[in-house]
Design a protein around this ligand. Structure first.
Ligand code: HAM
Length: 412
């Protein structure tokens, strides 16, 4: 029997792969406009990194890791998310000791052993950004606006939800109140009982309806914030309003990873069905120190690329580049040379087989080329190439020596 890809893992082929590249190029450009630089970290890391950062109470670490012992006896796993590896790298390269602000963007595959369904894969791709060293809530607003800019560029419909998870000054007392509340409720689900012990605030985003009914009466996180967290959360809202970003406050938004403090946010989209989270992120001011670095405030987000790929428009009919052909075999070296010249400026494909002009124009049209560039006997004797703009039908003969000057703009 033929071997197939693993469950929950997908091949990426054209035309979807064209959308993927377009997304990465655009998102990278936008991130660069915001002052972020590219970073790449390994797909495989020590398991302990994710246990410590994403947290043992999270589903990701508790149930979904691709974990194994390598040939050297190391306990490793495929990264389920990007933040932990980047924090590890940030500390390992001593950037925490340099001070200042360090801003990174990244993209690539992440692995979670989840139950596959529409929008939920075991290997999926994220585009993410992480900012280190800036405690100002303006940075939180900036990265929310960065995510919004990317989604807006591709006309992805979304709703933005925000929350504040508090800080070491206010979270512990809230946690105590919540635990006392939970202690009186043994009717919560088994997952919540586990969370009650490990990370009680994670109960708040339990998907079980009965639990949610119970938590309606639970102490509210937002009513327990310290002055500083309250002030920052108010400022964040002011900035978003000033920038005309619509949002809703969701006091149960606690995110599925344990490292968050203060701002937490998610972009959700009704266009997606059950797996409606397009992007998520927030502040994680304690994580660098927790993983052994100097205390460094940090904030970031990640977009799930597969979730939005279907919503990205890609104009398959848009004409692009050159189709190059010959009508006589002898012209192939010149046509080959011309194609190489075109390729310095734009896409160009060469048909090696000599064909009639009609057959070439048909093939050029089929491949959606913008220009057909053909060398027949006449052009060969003149050392030139005949070029037709397939959009406005204009034709001209261009000396081969001139192609290098302006090949792709020639007809515009
Ligand atoms: P996350 O919310 O776990 O956050 O993932 C971010 C996004 O990845 C989700 O909103 C979703 O679009 C996509 N995603 C997650 N799981 C899957 C899956 N199984 N299949 C398809 N798409 C999926 C993080 O990973 C954090 N590291 C984000 C962050 C960066 N926070 C601070 N900095």
């Amino acid at each position: 029997m033929a071997i197939k890809a693993l469950r929950g893992m997908k091949d990426l082929l054209p035309p979807q792969s064209k959308k993927y590249i377009k997304f990465i190029q655009t998102a990278s450009k936008i991130a660069q406009h915001f002052g972020f630089d590219y970073i790449e970290t390994p797909l495989l890391e020590e398991t302990a990194l994710f246990k410590r950062s994403v947290g043992e109470s999270s589903d990701i670490v508790g149930k979904e890791m691709y974990q194994f012992i390598d040939k050297g006896g190391n306990d490793v796993c495929l990264r389920p998310e990007g933040t932990a590896g980047i924090v590890r790298s940030f500390i390992e390269h001593k950037l925490d000791r340099q001070g200042g602000v360090h801003r990174f963007f990244y993209y690539g595959p992440m692995f979670r052993y989840e139950r596959p369904q529409k929008g939920r894969l075991r290997e999926f791709h994220q585009f993410g950004i992480e900012s280190f060293g800036e405690a100002s809530v303006y940075e939180d607003a900036t990265i929310i606006l960065l995510a919004k800019e990317i989604l807006d560029h591709f006309n992805i419909p979304y709703k933005l939800k925000i929350n504040s998870l508090g800080c070491p000054a206010c979270l512990p007392s809230y946690r105590e109140n919540l635990v006392s509340f939970l202690q009186n409720h043994d009717d919560i689900c088994d997952d919540c009982k586990r969370r009650r012990k490990l990370n009680p605030i994670r109960v708040l985003d339990c998907k079980n309806e009965k639990c949610q009914e119970i938590y309606n009466d639970a102490p509210k996180l937002l009513l327990n914030l310290c002055d500083n967290c309250q002030q920052d959360f108010a400022t964040l809202q002011e900035i978003l309003m000033r920038e005309n970003v619509e949002f809703e406050i969701d006091s149960n938004l606690v995110r599925g990873l344990d490292y968050y403090t203060k701002t937490a946010f998610e972009f959700v989209s009704d266009a997606l069905g059950a797996q409606n989270a397009v992007a998520g992120g927030g502040r994680y001011d304690n994580l660098v120190e927790f993983l052994g670095g100097k205390p460094t405030p940090a904030v970031g987000f990640a977009i799930g690329i597969e979730r939005i790929l279907d919503l990205i428009e890609y104009d398959e009919d848009q004409r692009d580049g050159y189709y190059v052909g010959v009508m006589v075999e002898d012209a192939l070296p010149q046509a080959f040379d011309a194609t190489m010249q075109f390729r310095k400026r734009c896409k160009a494909l060469l048909e090696y087989k000599p064909k009639s002009l009609k057959a070439h124009l048909k093939a050029a049209d089929k491949m959606k080329a913008r220009y057909a560039a053909i060398i027949g006997e006449d052009e060969l004797s003149q050392n030139a190439i005949w070029v037709k703009d397939l959009e406005n039908r204009a034709e001209q003969i261009i000396p081969l020596a001139k192609i290098v000057e302006s090949p792709c703009k020639i007809m515009e």
